[in-house]
Design a protein around this ligand. Structure first.
Ligand SMILES: NC(=O)c1ccc[n+]([C@@H]2O[C@H](COP(=O)([O-])OP(=O)(O)OC[C@H]3O[C@@H](n4cnc5c(N)ncnc54)[C@H](O)[C@@H]3O)[C@@H](O)[C@H]2O)c1
Length: 242
């Protein structure tokens, strides 16, 4: 599924990827390294350089400091850590709503904020946030998730406006339904949900983590130097039917 690495395309880039222990984040870290970047990988668990909870107060500044110390600088940020589960609106737990916002939004804001001085200094910084098709649309049971992902798209656009004068591009990849450990429980419990998404996409399949990683790598590359502030659906075309 993965396209061929473009050796050297990202050489010299120094990136942080959070959520790199699984799914899209793991595939992204792998693709960035294959293209020549240095990558500091972060996750709660899995095979990563640093185990950390991105919601812990002060952690994002420490991750930035670690990246600068280990790699000699920082010019690329991919905050991929995220959580999701279906919760109907009625009876929706306050604590779960808050947790989703903390992981999917507040931690992204803090990492972008804390990395910004280094990305500005680099002169060609790159931030790729991970939204979702629910950054644009809603869905049953996804109030918290969709609210967090709409907000990430807004954060992306405002950061693009603010950091653009310093040569930093900020874009948001919006995956459709991707076959990862995040979606596995829902697809296992509701096979019809999987079939629905496969059928909704004109390309007639779920996405694989590499489908997203390859687009992220492109956005980090010099080929995407004049793109900023975008939300890009990477969904097999599913949203053309919305
Ligand atoms: N899978 C999909 O269909 C889909 C669709 C749209 C968007 N996304 C987004 O893509 C991103 C990656 O999701 P995925 O599908 O690869 O899921 P995943 O569950 O495979 O990976 C998410 C990773 O984030 C890590 N994580 C969660 N909370 C964390 C925390 N507090 N601190 C550090 N790490 C934490 C998890 O440990 C996990 O390794 C998420 O932001 C998700 O919202 C996924």
């Amino acid at each position: 599924m993965a396209s061929d690495a473009q050796a050297g395309r990202l050489s010299g880039r120094r990136a942080i990827v959070t959520g790199a222990g699984s799914g899209i984040g793991a595939a992204t870290a792998e693709r960035l390294v294959a293209d020549g970047a240095q990558v500091l990988t972060v996750d709660l668990s899995g095979e990563v350089d640093l185990h950390a909870d991105v919601t812990e107060p002060g952690i994002n500044a420490r991750l930035v400091a670690q990246a600068v110390e280990r790699m000699g600088g920082l010019d690329t940020v991919i905050p991929c850590a995220g959580i999701s589960a279906f919760h109907p609106l009625e009876g929706h737990d306050d604590a779960y709503f808050d947790r989703v916002l903390q992981v999917n939004l507040v931690a992204v804001f803090r990492l972008v904020r804390d990395a910004a001085p280094h990305l500005k200094a680099a002169g060609n910084g790159r931030i790729v946030t991970i939204g979702s098709t629910t950054s644009t649309y809603g869905d049953e049971g996804l109030c918290a998730y969709s609210a967090s992902k709409h907000a990430v798209l807004g954060l992306t656009k405002s950061a693009a406006a603010e950091l653009g004068p310093f040569g930093v591009t900020v874009n948001c990849v919006q995956p459709g339904a991707i076959d990862t450990p995040m979606t596995a429980p829902a697809f296992a419990q509701m096979p019809e949900y999987r079939t629905f998404w496969e059928g909704k996409a004109p390309l007639r399949r779920l996405g694989q983590p590499q489908d997203i990683a390859d687009v992220i790598a492109f956005l980090c590359s010099d080929d995407a130097r004049f793109m900023s502030g975008h939300g890009l659906w990477v969904d097999g075309g599913a949203m053309v039917r919305h």
